[in-house]
Design a binder for this molecule. Structure first.
Ligand code: GLU
Length: 509
């Protein structure tokens, strides 16, 4: 199956180009279709990302469609939140409720007329029928099924109503839903990930409702109608929908439409195999944004669970993800996500952001804002902040690490008593003055190598103090800390003038 699949994907030709058969290939169009019943979580981001990667890899379009047909479950703010988070993650849709596009509106509650037209077609052809069964009758059916230990299902009673019976009920204004008549017998289709799948849906389910009493379509109908009208070519969605696909294909057949190709993506689970729970709160993308994680980190970690790539590899950027993505190597195993590795993933991407001049500018501004919030009456200039970032590159997991007490010395002067320095060495004053002199003489040419070399040769003149102890004295005087970055790095961060005045201050108290 995999061989077939890979071959099929290789045949995908960018839009507008001619395929082997000489015909013009259709543009690849994929969609992410969440229900705004909650905010975007890691599982949703992964589905959206795989759609985005597939679209971009093949020069196609990535659509965001909001499936809000279950009006009772809508969460205020969720619809905007989902699009905000896709934009934040750097994978904005090409067509969406906010962007618009040629096949809009991209919110299902605004497309009711279209669904009603399709339902009418299905009613006229006999593929669908009105069902007048009362909620009480349906409840009774359920209870009976439970009593006889069977799966509850609708018994398709209204399928057999005559035209006259229907007309009579309509004239009495009895409420009804519309059901789709399922064909019996196994229906096979080829999923691009799971291979040939066969499901005799009619043997386990009653005819499904496609239009509810409130005039809204159900997911099954709306999804098929929209994928068709939005010219979707490939449906990449969560594995939980694999079982519903037969139903969707039967609808396509009844409507005489060509279905898209389906690829169901395995679930994203915690590393111990448990379900990522939305109740944990920490699976929502907003949570990670607020915590200060880079979007690149999230995209990287959710694609490092062994699906869609030849191998796992920490540190991939979005362009690399697009280039390396291969739907054919999606495994059918669940993807296990190890969130404990998140800080390490962020360290790798933060280092890259610091190295790149453009992204570094953004980090400097962000840090400047954070510092202003924390140290209200002090301002720090951009060059100073940039210097700190460059010196600390590779050591920081989060930008906010620099707001921790261990780094407070970078932003405020420590208060250090001379007695504490003398407790470390009786030659503390000598250590201080030798270092001050060294800094005064070399303030125009301060490099890591030079300071390391000169400091060692100057401090070795002292007889009673070991070099490592001298370093402790200097570290304490400069930062008030006993551990931390190297003394030379501290001096380079603070600059010669500030280092000199801290040393002089500490030694004069
Ligand atoms: N609205 C469905 C969901 O939220 C979409 C399923 C699909 O992609 O077809 O999971």
């Amino acid at each position: 199956m995999k061989t077939l699949l890979v071959r099929a994907l290789r045949l995908c030709v960018p839009p507008g180009k001619r395929g082997c058969s000489g015909g013009v290939q259709k543009e690849i169009r994929v969609r992410f279709a969440p229900s705004p019943t909650g905010f975007l979580h890691l599982g949703g981001l992964r589905t959206a990302l795989y759609n985005y990667l597939f679209a971009k890899k093949h020069g196609g379009a990535f659509i965001l469609r909001l499936e809000d047909t279950d009006q009772s479950r809508l969460v205020p703010g969720a619809a905007d939140g989902i699009e905000d988070m896709l934009e934040w993650a750097g994978i904005p849709p090409d067509e969406s409720p906010r962007q618009g596009g040629p096949h809009g509106p991209y919110v299902q509650s605004k497309r009711l007329t279209l669904y009603h037209e399709v339902v009418q077609t299905l009613l006229e052809s006999g593929a669908a029928y009105r069902c007048f069964c009362t909620p009480q009758r349906l409840e009774l059916l359920k209870k009976e099924a439970f009593r006889s230990r069977q799966t509850p299902r609708y018994d398709n009673r209204c399928r057999h109503l005559t035209t006259n019976q229907v007309q009579e009920k309509l004239s009495q204004s009895l409420p009804f839903v519309v059901r789709f008549q399922l064909s019996t017998g196994p229906q096979a289709f080829q999923d691009m990930v799971y291979g040939w799948t066969q499901h005799d849906v009619a043997s386990v389910e009653g005819d499904p409702v496609i239009l509810k009493g409130d005039g809204f379509p159900t997911y099954h109908l709306a999804n098929v109608v929209d994928d068709n009208h939005m010219a979707v070519t490939h449906v990449l969605r969560g594995e939980e929908w694999l079982i519903s696909t037969t139903k969707h294909l039967l609808l396509y057949r009844a409507l005489g439409w060509k279905p898209p190709l389906y690829a169901h993506l395995p679930l994203l689970l915690n590393k111990d195999g448990s379900k990522l729970s939305k109740r944990q709160g920490d699976i929502f993308i907003q949570h990670y944004e607020q915590k200060g994680y880079l979007a690149d980190t999230l995209l990287d970690i959710i694609t490092n669970c062994g699906s869609g790539f030849a191998g796992n590899q920490m540190g991939r950027t979005l362009p690399q993800l697009i280039q390396q993505y291969d739907l054919g190597s999606t495994s059918t195993h669940s993807a296990l996500l190890d969130l404990d590795k998140l800080p390490e993933f962020n360290r790798v991407h933060l280092t890259r952001w610091i190295d790149d001049a453009d992204t570094r500018v953004q980090l400097v501004s962000q840090l400047q804002t954070l510092l202003q919030e924390k140290y209200r009456d002090v301002t720090f200039d951009k060059e100073y902040i940039e210097r700190i970032l460059l010196l600390r590159r590779g050591h920081l997991c989060m930008l906010t690490d620099l707001l921790c007490p261990n780094y407070a010395y970078l932003w405020i002067r420590p208060s250090v008593r001379m007695e504490d320095l003398h407790l470390l060495s009786s030659e503390a004053s000598g250590i201080g003055s030798l270092t001050v002199r060294l800094l005064q003489n070399n303030h125009n040419d301060m490099s890591l190598e030079m300071l390391n070399k000169e400091l060692r040769s100057h401090l070795q003149q002292l007889r009673a103090t070991k070099y490592s102890t001298s370093m402790k004295v200097l570290r304490l005087a400069l930062s008030g800390l006993e551990t931390g970055p190297s003394v030379v790095e501290m001096m380079l961060s603070l600059g010669p003038q500030e280092s000199i005045s801290r040393l002089q201050n500490a030694l004069s108290r």
